[in-house]
Design a protein. Structure first.
Length: 173
């Protein structure tokens, strides 16, 4: 995370707060997630070099860039985001990261079913129901981490486990 400075992914008005461990407003009702929360999610996601990753609710593009570094040049990360201005901004911030790209999410369709399956899926927006459509975009041995009922939950085809603690996110729409 230190090697992927958060400030580069933030709008100018909040850049001075980049080093603070809190979520920051990035416009369009979205936030750049709190660094300690991102760290907890990525530890739980357990990425490995070469994996194909889907970043649902990629927002600023910061998590997309961090994960692109973790999966290395043989891996890839696709970010999907509902807010078009954030897609434009994050795509610019991700220039120079060849194994990461972002695209506009299709309304009414979760994830990117045409681009899957994915070894890992990170969801950065809260839901109270497990989105089966995303589970179906996982490889057979894949794993997804998402905020489910205020807990960080890791989902595989075998089952679910929750990390300690409670977390608040903007809603998954
Ligand atoms: C917490 S914010 C951004 C998190 C991002 N990882 C970051 O640190 O910048 C979550 C984002 O999820 C987006 N979002 C909500 N529902 C979505 C959906 N169904 N598909 C794609 N993006 C969605 C919101 O627009 C918001 O930008």
């Amino acid at each position: 995370m230190d090697a992927t400075p958060r400030t580069h992914f933030l709008p100018p008005n909040v850049r001075r707060s980049a080093d603070q461990d809190r979520a920051l407003q990035i416009g369009y009702g979205s936030t750049c997630s709190q660094p300690s929360t991102v760290a907890a999610m990525l530890r739980f996601l357990d990425l490995a070099p070469g994996q194909r990753v889907l970043d649902v609710g990629s927002g600023s593009g910061w998590t997309t860039a961090i994960m692109a570094r973790l999966v290395g040049p043989q891996g890839s990360v696709l970010g999907v985001e509902l807010e078009e201005p954030l897609v434009t901004r994050s795509a610019a911030a991700l220039k120079g990261v060849p194994n990461a790209r972002v695209q506009l999410a299709v309304k009414g369709q979760l994830g990117a079913p045409d681009d899957g399956p994915f070894h890992r899926i990170l969801v950065s927006a809260a839901t109270s129901r497990l989105p089966q459509a995303l589970v179906e975009q996982l490889t057979p041995d894949g794993a997804m981490v998402l905020p489910l009922n205020s807990r960080l939950v890791r989902v595989t085809r075998e089952g679910q486990e929750a990390a300690p603690g409670y977390y608040a996110f903007v809603p998954l729409r």
